[in-house]
Design a protein around this ligand. Structure first.
Ligand code: 4NP
Length: 157
């Protein structure tokens, strides 16, 4: 069965697209492209249809990571019979998901999986422009999340 991972932030133009792209690369590099389905979405509809923020695209390109996605809002089908791993960028996003979907069996913050940082929330770079700092947090969290999912889902090959 395919594992689904959905990264969620407010606008789906800065943090969650970055996490989606970083995580997708980990999945692809491990040869698990067909086992793990990666996506991202926003809790708001503010930027639906837009490309990722230039700061996110710049940082990803600087790390050799390709990304072409467009912003979308979360929708009821994302729940997928409860099988989706919802991974929020901050506590506010996590609360918005809980309000929208009720209790979810897999609802986390990305930094719950970080091993080199002790922050819980990824700061919003939309106003601070601190995209490189956000990248380091996202990379740390994605590596931990990837190992957790591989172990949980029996994908350690
Ligand atoms: P994101 O960043 O949630 O990481 O995509 C933001 C993007 C847009 C806004 C806020 C945060 N906004 O207020 O429009």
């Amino acid at each position: 069965m395919t594992v689904r991972v959905l990264f969620v932030c407010l606008g789906n133009i800065c943090r969650s697209p970055m996490a989606e792209a970083v995580f997708q690369k980990l999945v692809d590099d491990a040869g698990l492209t067909h086992e793990i389905c990666v996506d991202s979405a926003g809790t708001s509809a503010y930027h639906v249809g837009e490309q990722a923020h230039p700061g996110t695209r710049r940082v990803l390109a600087g790390h050799g990571i390709h990304y072409e996605g467009r912003a979308r809002q979360i929708r009821p089908e994302d729940r997928h019979n409860g099988s989706t791993y919802f991974v929020a960028m901050d506590s506010e996003n996590r609360e918005a998901l809980q309000e929208r979907f009720g209790d979810l069996p897999h609802l986390y913050r990305l930094m719950d999986f970080a091993t080199h940082s002790n922050v819980h929330d990824i700061p919003d770079p939309f106003y601070s422009d601190n995209f490189e700092h956000v990248y380091r947090l996202v990379d740390d969290g994605c590596r931990g999340l990837f190992e957790t999912i591989r172990a949980n889902e029996g994908l350690l090959r």
